[in-house]
Structure formats: C-alpha cells, structure tokens
Design a protein around this ligand. Structure first.
Ligand SMILES: [Zn+2]
Length: 304
C-alpha cells in the first residue's frame, strides 16, 4: 500500500513541481508522467503530454491552460506562458518534443492575466526571448499586476513581472525566420487582449491557425460594462473581428473554451478543422456580453 501511494505521489505533477522548486534547475529533472488524456475540467497546473496540433504548431501547455510552440529551422515562437507554476511545465514540454528553449526567439501572449502571463518571466529567463504585447498590456506585464482599466482587477492575482516587453502594433506581423504571426487586436476580456493567426503547414497541407483570446464579459463587483460604453464598443468590434477571421483550426487560451481535448490527443472524437469555429466562438461570447449588459440594466431597475 505504502509504496503504491508513494509512486502515485512521485508520478504527480505536484510532486514534480516541488522537486524542481527545491533543486532550482529544471533541466536536470525528468518531466512528469502526464496523463495521456486531459479531462475537459482539468486543473490549470495539471501537466499535459505535449503534442502536435498541425504542421509546425505544437501544444506545450497544461491540461487546463494553453500554450503553443510554433517552430522553424530559424527559431521558434512561444504563444502564452500559462500560470506562474506552469512555466517549468512548458519548458519541459518544449524539451520533450526535442526542441531547445534557447531556440525560442519571441514570446507572445493572449492577455495580461496571471493564468496566461504568469509563466512568462520563467520562460523568458530560460529562453532569453523578448515578450511582444500590444500597448495596453505592456505596463501590466512589467508590473505583474493590472490596474483599474481591467474589469476583473479586484479578483486578479499578481504574477512575476516580465523584464523584456516590446510593443507590437495592432495587426502587425511578428516574424521569426519563415514564421509570421499576425497580432489581431481583440480587447474586451482585457484591454490588451490579442488574438494571433498564422499558417501551419504539414507538407502542402496548410491550415490557418487562430489562437483566439478569451472573449468572456466578466468583472469584479465594482466594475460595470454598462458604465463603460467605449469599452463595450471596442469589445463588439472585437467580436465582429473574430467572427470574420479566416479560421481553420481554433485554439483558445482555456482549452475547454474550444473543446480542444475532443479535437486533439488520443481521446479526440471531433474534427480538428472547423471553418465555422471562430464565428461560433464569437457568437457565444456576444450572447454572454448581451446577457451581462441586460443583467446590469435589470439590477439598476430593481434598485430603489
Ligand atoms: Zn484565463
């Protein structure tokens, strides 16, 4: 009995994280025995087996938070850093796929929250790569904390500040060798929210990947969407922009938001490619924003 318990502890990601924290050198510690299949409701720091999405695009995130690696012979781009605890898992996944973190030449992110930016500082230390972000996200990344421009400010956790953050313009192309990622401005969930699109080719089979940012209209108790008409207008522009994207393969910062584990990995039972996925994703988010605004208005009407 005892040895069984011990082995399951050793095999768990939690035990591995403790071990790397004590040793301080991730490279010397073998990656965890991750489950082959991620559950739809997996935890944010549950280790995932890294795998290919399509062509040069690989999943290197956890079961609960996405990170993608886009590779080339002239360097790689990492998309998102997940939580502070996940930085080491992302680096282990990059190595497990046979890539060298030192070949990561640029890092980008979806939005400036601890569950997607938290691991950036650690990944940046291991890769030496700059982080590219749209202007509204830059100071938050450098501070490791949001300000009152963020609807969720009061419920957000701080995260390790990011040292080398460079500003990328709306719709600018980020190039590393043959890789070209377009920075689509998608403010709404946060002011700095950004979606990224690129082509991933498996031989002649090229697909348009859309890494579409979170589009959920949520806030802390102090912030109301109805009191920020300009913010809501920009949010609606975002929803229209995402709906109109050329979209073969949708991946979202929270894998569950695009049912990713039904579409890749050993348990996949739904098509990876869905040209309607971005439109449907934006439509669901529009319904949620509309409901949020209606709920706020109803609460106002009920207040004497
Ligand atoms: Zn998130």
């Amino acid at each position: 009995m005892k040895s069984g318990v011990f082995q399951s502890l050793v095999a768990s990601g939690a035990a591995w994280l403790v071990a790397t924290g004590a040793a301080g050198a991730v490279a010397d510690v073998p990656p965890p025995a991750a489950p082959a299949v991620c559950a739809a409701d997996a935890g944010w720091n549950d280790p995932a087996t890294p795998l290919r999405v399509h062509g040069n695009t690989w999943y290197v995130g956890t079961c609960g938070i996405s990170a993608l690696l886009v590779t080339s012979d002239e360097g790689h781009v990492l998309v998102d850093g997940a939580t502070p605890q996940a930085g080491a898992l992302i680096l282990a996944s990059i190595r497990a796929l046979g890539f060298d973190p030192m070949d990561v030449k640029a890092i980008v992110l979806s939005h400036e929250h601890f569950d997607h930016a938290g691991g950036l500082a650690e990944v940046q230390r291991a890769t030496g790569a700059p982080v590219y972000a749209r202007a509204p996200a830059v100071e938050t990344l450098e501070r490791g904390a949001s300000d009152r421009s963020d609807p969720q400010l009061e419920v957000l956790e701080a995260f390790p500040p990011v040292a080398d953050v460079r500003t990328i313009a709306d719709d600018e192309l980020l190039r590393v060798g043959p890789i070209a990622l377009r920075a689509i401005p998608t403010p709404g969930h946060t002011a700095g929210g950004t979606s990224w699109t690129w082509n991933a080719c498996d031989g002649a089979d090229c697909k348009r990947i859309v890494y579409a940012d979170s589009l959920t209209a949520i806030s802390d108790d102090a912030w109301r969407f109805g009191a920020h008409p300009d913010y809501v207008a920009a949010f609606r522009d975002t929803l229209a922009r995402v709906a109109a994207l050329d979209c073969d393969i949708l991946v979202t910062p929270h894998p569950s938001a695009s049912a990713l584990w039904t579409r890749i990995g050993p348990a996949a039972n739904a098509p990876l490619v869905d040209h309607d996925a971005c439109r449907a994703y934006a439509q669901a988010a529009t319904a949620r924003l509309d409901k949020r605004l209606a709920d706020e208005a109803a609460a106002d009407a009920a207040t004497p």
